[in-house]
Design a protein around this ligand. Structure first.
Ligand code: GTP
Ligand code: MG
Length: 195
């Protein structure tokens, strides 16, 4: 699946711009700067495919990537970012929520959580939305290269505890580092089982 061609298809700023829902897709959601775009680049092995940046709020559209000409990978704008004009933030957040609750070909939402921080209140809001929409989601911890040993166990325990309260949560947590390629093969294999 990931050995095939991956390409940028389009950036979408309104629900009316979504491509037809005739292909199965998976999306990557999470707080601003958590590493969504970097993870897509690591998964596809193409560094500049999704634009990543140190500045939170980098991805402001819903970006569609074609996977093996038969599926979509979807890079979402981040949430929980307060440093842009309110009207702009509200526009993305509305689109993000509409997408997450109303996309019929969305097979699974991967919710990315920084391995240094665990699940926060802003994440909970999104997880509850996914419960309501009955969209299965799976938690992917990012930036694992920054967390070692006992701190890893602690964040895994925190996340496991938080997920237990969400009926739409898939229980397995995947620990990843886009920088060190940790967990990337596992995530690829998981996606391959879904589509
Ligand atoms: P928005 O589009 O703004 O919501 O951000 P994003 O979630 O797409 O994050 P992005 O991939 O742009 O990465 C944000 C920052 O985190 C960048 O400076 C990345 O280099 C860094 N980063 C991403 N993944 C990793 C990782 O696995 N390890 C480390 N150490 N840094 C990472
Ligand atoms: Mg991004």
């Amino acid at each position: 699946l990931f050995a095939g061609q991956t390409d940028f298809l389009k950036g979408v700023v309104a629900m009316s711009g979504l491509p037809p829902s005739d292909r199965i897709e998976v999306c990557f959601a999470g707080r601003s700067n958590v590493g969504k775009s970097s993870l897509i680049n690591a998964l596809t092995g193409r560094k500049g495919l999704a634009r990543a940046s140190n500045t939170p709020g980098r991805t402001q559209e819903i970006n569609f990537f074609t996977l093996a000409d038969s599926h979509y990978l979807v890079d979402l704008p981040g949430y929980g970012y307060a440093n842009a004009p309110l009207a702009v933030v509200e526009k993305w957040q509305k689109l993000l929520k509409q997408y997450l609750s109303g996309r019929q070909n969305l097979r699974r939402a991967f919710v990315l959580v920084d391995a240094r921080h665990g699940i926060k209140a802003v994440d909970e809001e999104i997880l509850s939305l996914l419960d309501s929409a009955a969209v299965t989601f799976q938690c992917v911890l990012t930036k694992a290269d920054k967390v070692k040993g006992a701190d890893r166990d602690a964040v895994l325990a925190q996340v496991r505890g938080a997920l237990a309260k969400h009926p739409a949560a898939f229980p397995e947590i995947i620990l990843t580092s886009s920088e060190k390629a940790e967990g990337i093969a596992t995530l690829r294999a998981t996606i391959a089982t879904l589509i």
